[in-house]
Design a protein around this ligand. Sequence first.
Ligand code: ZN
Length: 215
Amino acid sequence: MRLRSSGFTLVELLAVIAIISVLILVIGFTTNKALGHSRQAKCLGNTRSIAVSIKLYASDHGNKLPFGHNYTTGRKWYQSLKEYGGTDEVLKCPSNNEDAVGYGWNYPALPYRSDSASSMQKQNVNHWRHPGKLMLVGCWEKTTGAAEGYVYSPFPSQGQSSKWAEDGSMMGAIGRYHGDGANFAFLDGHCEWRTFDAIRPTAAGSEYFWGLKND
Ligand SMILES: [Zn+2]
């Protein structure tokens, strides 16, 4: 009987290398997925903080929401929230490395210009009859024709649907960082991850989400 030489044969060595490579791939994949999930969870926490800061702002301003763009003070909605916990850290979506402001104001549903009568009416929290359905802010990303910090309604009657593309290349400036959906904060303070399909005009309840309906 031939004595087996110590060490690995070439075939054994190759097999071991192959197994290790597969393991590295699997570990890498699961770690990436886990990281993605933890960022998504942190982002959801941010939307919660933003919802709280909007509540605090409103209680300090006669139950009124901030303006998307306050022409009197020159402040955008996120700048109005600075003293109410809307810090730079809270405003950054952890999955969006590009943009300092990672969240967008529901436009044109929410009050926008401080010099518009309809905006002033929409400012009052009590104006909204379905606070659990009305979206305040959602993950934001830079899109052609979109201003920093605003997400746009896909309903043609609200005049912003050109910022949506059939093929999903433009989603009204909603951030596409968390799978096939994004995180949103609602007027009642609750926050949730919703799929893109659930916020399109054809989806049930999306008129309320975009503030088109308020009956
Ligand atoms: Zn996000």
